[in-house]
Design a protein around this ligand. Structure first.
Ligand code: ADP
Ligand code: ZN
Length: 598
């Protein structure tokens, strides 16, 4: 029998397993079940692809993402794997042909949508075939607490009952313990071996800045750091995604919107453009993303604050799955906090549920205002504790300054108190700065002792003070009164002078010091790099697949550095398996030799 390592090298062209891929693969080959939790980009697919090839029979992959099946199957076929899919987009003839091949035992991997899998016809078919394993991808869809819940997934416990001898592997990138327990109980995976990989994504640089002028800030970020890259921009509302996409297009970017209100055709058209091309930006609500396994997403930008750290981590995790440097960039302001608190107050659900939501939002705000390493804070939220700061987030690279904000905070709190906690931040700042206007006079606020006591700080500085007081729970937003700021119990010791408060000094977000797009090593000859990209583009177009399916950027870069001039040398590159060697080796080696001869 061919060993897993042999398959890894021959078929996939990778030299070594990442931890704990090999142990997972051994578990399945031995016929046991596995539950795999790995961050996005961790390398989950190999964990079922290799055992499916190593074991007799066909591996059945259950995936809710019909739109991606074609690409997954294309990618497998390019590697020389006999892969196919069954879903509702196919004609009856196509379906029959694939069913026939399954029975004949000539398919190694079959992707099936959950709703089709549980049909009597499919189950009957599977009983006739020889099966290597079941892989349940995006297994968190079985959880009714998550927002990706799929009723069809509940039926998947049938597999265990009907095919007790076929090993199962459930995979997800969703971290929290409750979802994990639900996966185990609903899919009857109590006996499965659990593999919980670390959650860190070291190649992602986390950056969170203060929102001043969202569009200009985004534009500057894209132009100075991610020109020509693919990325995702997340917004909270459907309208906003369309506005931002239209505006980015005017600015010369290939930008498309994506949200649940668009027709299914438009959604899949935009998704396909994103998956198949380089330099496409998707401006989306959270409806976009699950299972987007495009490896070369170079940035994820948030123009609005996600409601929870879980969402933030999942959304930012879509960047840099290829392991190359990527940026998670977000800007936020007091307005975002007010908007989110409002949405929560109006949401369905009982008090207990609302309190839990508040709690999660506070954790999110905590991350925004933190003055120590963001990655440490994120990982510790997910139960992974690190002693060392990461060196690859904004607070590590550019440690924020703090200032003693006690006096300013007291003034801000007094302003709210003296105006009977009935006014929003703009009015409070006018009072503090001693502004003359009708609204001030209408309420007689020019007579208050707090009037004009805050001239030492400008508008932005005051906004920063209020934002931090709200984010840290000293003040709250009165939603009955259109965002009036109220004092919270927590502010008493501060007001009485028994406590001080260190506030973060906001900086105008500047361009990062290091470029984060695919970093070409200085030795790379740009002319050769472009020639190889051209060669790759040719194959990608011919095959109708995205360029990275032919070769990843990392493999292309290795070609530039190692300059393989023979097939033998070419076969040593990471990402070059036997099939790709035969198919594309000659052309790429040709490009390199031509370049060297010129
Ligand atoms: P996930 O499904 O966990 O998000 P993927 O299975 O898509 O991640 O893998 C992410 C990337 O890592 C893919 O481009 C894959 O080819 C690559 N990869 C996975 N395992 C290895 C390995 N052992 N060596 C090199 N690259 C790997
Ligand atoms: Zn850090």
């Amino acid at each position: 029998m061919t060993t897993p390592t042999h398959i890894l090298q021959q078929v996939f062209g990778f030299s070594a397993f990442r931890q704990p891929q090999d142990k997972i693969i051994q578990t399945l080959i031995a016929g046991n079940d596995a539950l795999v939790l790995m961050p996005t980009g961790g390398g989950k697919s190999l964990c079922y692809q290799i055992p499916a090839l190593a074991r007799d029979g066909c591996g059945i992959v259950i995936s809710p993402l019909i739109a991606l099946m074609q690409d997954q199957v294309d990618a497998m076929r390019l590697l020389g794997v006999k892969a196919a899919f069954l879903n509702s987009t196919q004609s009856a003839d196509e379906v029959r042909a694939i069913e026939q091949q399954l029975i004949e035992g000539v398919i190694d991997l079959l992707y099936i949508a959950p709703e089709r899998l549980t049909q009597a016809r499919t189950l009957h078919l599977l009983k006739e075939a020889k099966l290597a394993l079941f892989a349940i991808d995006e297994a968190h869809c079985v959880s009714q607490w998550g927002h990706d819940f799929r009723a069809d997934y509940l039926q998947l416990n049938l597999l265990h009952e009907i095919f007790p001898a076929v090993p199962r592997i459930a995979l997800t990138a969703t971290a929290d313990a409750r979802t994990r327990e639900e996966i185990v109980s609903r899919l009857q995976l109590d006996d499965a071996e659990k593999f919980i990989a670390g959650f860190d994504r070291p190649n992602i640089r986390y950056r969170i800045g203060v929102k001043h002028n969202a569009r200009q800030q985004l534009l500057k970020f894209l132009k100075s750091e991610h020109q020509g890259d693919s990325g995702i921009v997340y917004c909270l509302s459907r309208n906003k995604t369309e506005d931002i996409a239209a505006w980015l297009s005017e600015q010369g970017f290939n930008a498309y919107s994506y949200h649940a209100g668009l027709s299914a055709e438009l959604r899949s058209a935009h998704q396909a453009l994103f998956l198949r091309n380089e330099a496409v930006i998707i401006v989306a609500t959270i409806a976009f993303g699950m299972g987007i396994d495009k490896p070369d997403v170079r940035f994820v930008a948030h123009l609005d604050l996600p409601k929870t750290l879980e969402s933030y981590y999942q959304e930012t995790g879509r960047a840099g799955r290829d392991g190359e440097p990527a940026t998670a960039w977000m800007i936020y302001g007091l307005q975002d906090v007010i908007k989110l608190r409002q949405m929560m107050a109006n949401s369905e659900g009982n008090e207990h549920h609302k309190r839990a939501e508040q709690h999660r939002l506070n954790a999110m705000l905590g991350l925004c205002e933190i003055t120590t390493c963001r990655r440490q804070a994120l990982l510790s939220y997910f139960g992974e504790h690190r002693n060392q700061a990461c060196g690859n987030c904004d607070t590590c690279l550019d440690p924020p300054e703090t200032w003693n904000g006690s006096e300013a905070a007291r003034k801000a709190l007094s302003a709210a108190f003296r105006t009977e906690q009935r006014f929003g931040v703009n009015h409070l700042i006018e009072v503090l700065r001693g502004t003359n206007n009708d609204r001030i006079f209408q309420y007689g606020h020019q007579k208050l002792p707090v009037y004009g006591i805050g001239q030492d700080l400008n508008n932005n500085q005051w906004r920063s003070v209020f934002r931090q007081l709200v984010a840290r729970g000293y003040m709250s937003v009165d939603l009955e009164r259109f965002g009036a700021l109220r004092l919270e119990e927590k502010c008493r010791p501060l007001l009485r002078g028994e406590e001080t408060i260190a506030l973060r000094k906001d900086v105008q977000p500047t361009a990062a010091k290091a470029q984060t797009k695919v970093q070409l090593a200085p030795e790379v000859d740009i002319a050769l790099w472009e020639a190889l990209r051209e060669c790759r583009r040719g194959y990608a177009e011919e095959l109708g697949v995205p360029p990275y399916v032919v070769f990843h950027d990392a493999t292309l870069q290795e070609m530039c550095l190692r300059l393989p001039q023979t097939m033998e040398e070419f076969s040593q590159l990471s990402g070059v398996g036997e099939r790709k060697l035969q198919r594309y080796g000659p052309a790429f080696v040709g490009v390199i030799n031509q370049h060297l001869a010129a």
